[in-house]
Design a protein around this ligand. Structure first.
Ligand code: SF4
Ligand code: SF4
Length: 192
């Protein structure tokens, strides 16, 4: 979507009214009804680790603060646990908004996104799931390390987990892979 006119305000923040519309359209959430009660942030298990807690991320969306919202580490820290969404008195699915902000951040910067490695990990995780019906940690770790150019960095940890029986070399497959395929097909249709 084309960015609308950006306005710089006195504290140096940049306001982009089109950003608010974009998030409203993509999520269908009633973000404008947020009245900053903080119930989302008070229930968020990861809020202490966040630079921009969920209530503030919602505020950034309301105000059209695209740069601030998309630069927040919090959108990558969010574990999509939905605690905030079920606590919101206005039924805003905040987890959905956080996910949308993640997607917008990656769309705008691609692999230059500082947290692009998280997207890569998610892609490889889903790929493994699609292939075997369950995740093969050994292959996932090896592919991730290769992709990120940090081969052998976690080898010591991998070996430790292997000897503890937490990682297996040979992938375990589920019996009915057809059902897994159906789930992926349905999800990709919903994504459009
Ligand atoms: S719980 Fe809902 S209304 Fe309250 S601050 Fe969070 S998003 Fe806003
Ligand atoms: S979905 Fe994300 S923002 Fe919401 S409570 Fe869970 S970790 Fe926090």
């Amino acid at each position: 979507m084309k960015q609308s006119e950006r306005i710089q305000v006195s504290d140096g923040s940049v306001i982009d009214p089109g950003f608010t519309q974009q998030v409203l359209q993509l999520t269908g959430e009633e973000v404008m009804s947020c009245f900053q009660c903080l119930k989302c942030t008070n229930g968020c298990p990861l809020a202490p680790e966040m630079d921009v807690p969920p209530n503030k991320a919602i505020r950034y969306v309301q105000l059209g603060m695209r740069d601030a919202a998309l630069a927040a580490d919090s959108i990558w820290i969010c574990a999509t646990c939905y605690t905030c969404s079920v606590r919101c008195p206005n039924d805003i699915d905040i987890a959905h908004v956080m996910d949308t902000l993640r997607r917008l951040a990656y769309q705008s910067q691609g692999d230059a996104t500082p947290k692009a490695h998280i997207v890569h990990f998610h892609e490889l995780f889903l790929d493994s799931l699609k292939q075997y019906g369950r995740v093969n940690e050994t292959k996932l770790l090896a592919r991730y390390e290769l992709k990120e150019g940090r081969f052998l960095k976690d080898a010591k940890l991998g070996m430790k987990m292997f000897f503890m029986g937490k990682m297996s070399i040979f992938p375990q497959k589920v019996e009915n892979k057809e059902q897994i395929k159906l789930i992926f097909d349905r999800a990709s249709k919903r994504k459009g």
